[in-house]
Design a protein around this ligand. Sequence first.
Ligand code: ATP
Length: 224
Amino acid sequence: MTNPQNMTLFGGTFNPPHWGHIKPLKQAMQALDILKVGLLPCNIPPHKKALKISNQHRLAMLEIVCKLEPSLYVEHMELEKSEMSFTVNTLQKLKKNNQQTPYFVMGTDSFQSLETWHRWQEILQLCNIIVLNRNNQPLKRLPEVTQYISCGPHHAVSLTDKQALSTKSGIVVSCHFPSVAVSSTLIREKIEKKDYRQLETGEILPLEVFRYIKQHQLYEQNQS
Ligand code: ATP
């Protein structure tokens, strides 16, 4: 079993959080014996234009998700900073307080653009990356990655690989669990168009998150 003290963070904008974030994450946690994951909302996302929603609302929606899924918690460390969120800085901070190599979770699309991230080679030296399947694309092969490991419904992670994950860095775990075809953009667009069909069924995001969005009139008219 991997050491439960390996900290696992899942970075994102979470504007809003949806099942595409949570469902494949829960499956990866089970496959890798990860007991807790910190959802890490970024402050000012370096890759995206400024958000038109307050951090308080994003936090409140993540808190709702964590109530539904007690194995998740909100990690505030990027929100507390006034500057841009750079993963490499966050991981460096973690290193000061932790002995174990952390895991950093991202979707396939984020991994495919890893080479554009600030000091990305250092990211690979500071953590192991768990990649959640998003579009069934094979992952980019980067020479800087020390090892690629696959896991999925028909492919368990071996004990040897689990041991490597708890002692080494630069490993990429490619998870092949079924993805949920949703993005935060799609949800914002649906709300703007008042197309609530997939939202009020709880199909693509938790119903409780949708109720919060409605209650606070988020993403209505040109707010996305
Ligand atoms: P937006 O549509 O606003 O760009 P998003 O839906 O991609 O947002 P983010 O919060 O930006 O959500 O994503 C955080 C992380 O979660 C990213 O690494 C992204 O690749 C991953 N992710 C988001 N949606 C999915 C999904 N449906 N399946 C797998 N991974 C996902």
